[in-house]
Design a protein around this ligand. Structure first.
Ligand code: COA
Length: 327
């Protein structure tokens, strides 16, 4: 049976760090409030010259090097992002340019914080169709450009980062991606959205003045939906593979809030020592949280061949999804 397998991972963050203490001088907040309500201590923030595609390309370079794959061997680049360099061209095409991946085609998927799980699912299907192909799945965001730095409800939460995975086919029946599970519910779009900048509310001076190109969120409502949907889709992935919580070696949930992660793990009965948490260092980097965590777990030796890994995401749309794999 042909499966896709991850051959290499990579991640990158901008150099500049913004701490909770520094945020105290920007909005009416405190390190104590941010740490206790979210688990976040600091986040990386882009500076002049940083772009989403450059950060994505840096993460991909590392992933290709680990995989032993040359840029010209790549067939497809799929990027999950909600903060592209430009509306057009797509980020995948720009990553292709930065890498010199001359034989690849690139495009973006647009699923907010679920972007990497969506991109990985598309990559998995492509590799299953063409097992000899080399495909890059990326989650990359510079959320600092779509964050309202005067809104304490949101600006303490987000950060910038990129993560990448290189996939190809395998005949090894014991390893690779076992199943993918995607969902969305557009009826709930207003709970987490960016009002301006599209065709409904086109760019204008007034729009910029009101900072309506920035993320707007009903935090409490999003929290409840995130817990329920992430627990449900992770359970769906376990059931589909006839597995239970004890089988999971590493659970990598989207890093939006430590309290969401703990509640989801509790519902699934997965102990916290098998939950990957790095939100304290990066904040919520949307589609980048899962691939960055995956790369850290991989490079630190926390992942061993044969380990059962469960990825679980939730984001604006709403979108949510899970990926079950044998490392
Ligand atoms: N610093 C200090 N106080 C703050 C604050 C901040 N940065 N942000 C909000 N508050 C205040 C609120 O104004 C409110 O004050 P009030 O009681 O006087 O009205 C109080 O803290 C509680 O606000 P509330 O929104 O109920 O807090 P919460 O415990 O729900 O935590 C979030 C807020 C945003 C951290 C939480 O709802 C959350 O994480 N939601 C999901 C976010 C998410 O996952 N988003 C992305 C999905 S991919």
């Amino acid at each position: 049976m042909n499966r896709s397998i991850i051959l290499g991972t990579g991640s990158a963050v901008p150099k500049k760090i913004l701490t909770n203490q520094e945020l105290e001088s920007m909005v009416d907040t405190s390190d104590e409030w941010i740490s206790s309500r979210t688990g976040i201590k600091q986040r990386h923030i882009a500076e002049d010259g940083d772009t989403t595609s450059l950060l994505a390309a840096e993460a991909t370079r590392q992933a290709l090097e680990m995989a032993g794959v040359k840029p010209e061997e790549v067939d497809m680049i799929v990027v999950g992002t909600t903060s592209p360099d430009m509306i057009m061209p797509n980020t995948g095409a720009l990553v292709q340019k930065h890498l010199g991946a001359s034989n690849a085609f690139g495009f973006d998927v647009y699923a907010a914080c679920s972007g990497f799980v969506y991109a990985l699912t598309v990559a998995d299907k492509f590799v299953k169709d063409k097992p000899e192909s080399k495909v890059v799945a990326i989650g990359a965001e510079l959320l600092s450009y779509i964050t309202d730095w005067q809104d304490r409800n949101t600006c303490v939460l987000f950060g910038d980062a990129a993560g990448a995975a290189v996939l190809s086919g395998t005949n090894d029946s014991d390893r690779g991606i076992l199943s993918t599970h995607l969902h969305s519910d557009g009826r709930l779009w207003e709970l987490l959205h960016i009002p301006g900048g599209g065709v409904v509310y086109p760019p204008s001076g007034e729009m910029a003045e009101r900072r309506d190109h920035c993320i707007r969120m009903h935090g409490n409502e999003v929290f409840k939906h995130a817990v329920r949907s992430m627990a449900d889709v992770a359970q769906e992935a376990l059931t589909a593979n006839e597995l239970g919580p004890d089988d999971v070696d590493l659970f990598i949930p989207h890093q939006a809030n430590i309290r969401i992660m703990k509640k989801v793990a509790e519902r699934l009965e997965i102990p916290l020592d098998r939950v990957y948490v790095n939100i304290e260092r990066y904040g919520n980097t949307s589609s980048a949280t899962i691939p960055v965590a995956l790369d850290e777990a991989n490079r630190s030796g926390r992942l061993k061949p044969g380990d059962l890994v469960l990825l679980d995401a939730f984001g604006g749309g709403f979108t949510w999804g899970a990926v079950m794999m044998r490392w």
